[in-house]
Design a protein. Structure first.
Lengths: 114, 243
């Protein structure tokens, strides 16, 4: 049971990558990239979890109470924000490709030209 | 490479990667048995030393503040990239597409509620779950309700570069200014200065709440710039085409 969260992280990462490789649509591809990135959230939070630990917020809670690791939570937080904006950038690029090549299928885009 | 070959190569590569990942993760401490030490050290020092009740925010805006500043600029750079790709010439005003009064009134009420929730998440999220990043997104969603449910004309007053770009600059710049203020008073960059305050209240953690607000403003404006660019480049023209 104790390996299950890590197994989920592996599975989410592999599934996302498989989606990227087999994708027939750039927007679908961008979503698959987000899925792959989500595996890092699962991994980070799984590493920081402490059995029976509460949230790392010491308001009305005695200092020294067992709590989960705040570092990985802070990392996950910024990770999510950055992933959203980078996703927006990728989608903007996809729209650009659609305008120039008339398709969002990566196999049909053909030769890159400057 | 044909699609079939590519997929079979991918199967092999992904199987290999899966084995490597399982091998690597198997070496980690068992789930729920985090060994530390950083998390435990932070849990112990954040409240007495930094006067902050929320250790996640103490990490994000104070202890790891310099790193968060870098991340804020990733956000900024990504938004600038989207703007470069999508921003076209100013186009003419479109007609309001929303005709139902019920939708407009409901949307208007929702904006007030969402905006209040957003402010609450930024302000009180600093001492309870939440913070600038999460609240910023909530604030942006409140503003974009103008487009979704109220009126395109009302949205256009907010959703334009002359309004949003300065706000985004204020957020990104505010973070740096707080850092420089520490430098100006003879302390290292982004040192938490300005009195410790009482843990668990809104004015706690010295200059960290300022950084929290700067992040909130930056994220809110960045999201609104993204919405504006996508809406103006693609959604608005298609609405115009149908009406």
């Amino acid at each position: 049971m104790s390996f299950l969260p890590y197994a989920v992280a592996v599975w989410v990462c592999i599934v996302g990558l498989f989606g990227i490789v087999t994708s027939k649509n750039l927007i679908h591809l961008a979503v698959c990239l987000t899925v792959t990135q989500s595996s890092t959230y699962v991994l980070l939070l799984a590493i920081g979890y402490v059995q029976g630990g509460g949230p790392p917020i010491f308001k009305g809670v005695k200092l020294g109470t067992t709590s989960v690791d705040p570092v990985v939570q802070a990392l996950t937080l910024t990770d999510i924000v950055v992933s959203v904006t980078v996703l927006a950038l990728i989608l903007a690029l996809a729209l650009d490709v659609r305008r120039d090549a008339g398709t969002v299928d990566p196999d049909k885009i053909g030769e890159l030209s400057g | 490479m044909s699609r079939r070959t590519r997929i079979s190569v991918a199967w092999v590569a992904l199987a290999g990667l899966a084995v490597l990942l399982v091998w690597a993760y198997a070496g980690l401490p068992d789930f729920g048995h985090y060994r530390g030490p950083y998390g435990f050290v932070l849990d112990r020092i954040a409240t007495p030393d930094r006067h902050m009740a929320n250790v996640v925010n103490a990490t994000t805006y104070d202890i790891r503040g310099f790193d968060t500043m870098g991340e804020e600029f990733i956000l900024f750079a990504a938004v600038v990239g989207v703007v470069l790709l999508l921003r076209g010439e100013e186009d003419e005003e479109a007609e309001d597409a929303i005709r139902s009064d019920l939708v407009r009134v409901g949307g208007g009420l929702a904006i007030g509620l969402l905006f209040l929730v957003g402010l609450w998440i930024v302000a009180f999220g600093f001492v309870s779950p939440g913070g600038g990043f999460q609240g910023g997104v909530a604030l942006a969603s409140a503003v974009v309700m103008l487009f979704v449910a109220v009126s395109y004309r009302a949205w256009r007053r907010v959703g334009q570069e002359t309004v949003l770009d300065p706000i985004e600059g204020l957020g990104a710049g505010g973070f740096v200014v707080v850092g420089l203020a520490a430098l100006a008073s003879g302390l290292p960059f982004l040192t938490n200065f300005w009195g410790p305050g009482i843990p668990g209240t809104l004015w706690s953690g010295g200059s960290a709440p300022l950084v929290n607000w700067a992040a909130g403003i930056e994220v809110c404006a960045a999201m609104l710039v993204l919405y504006t660019e996508f809406l103006e480049a693609h959604v608005v023209p298609s609405i115009r085409g149908t009406t």
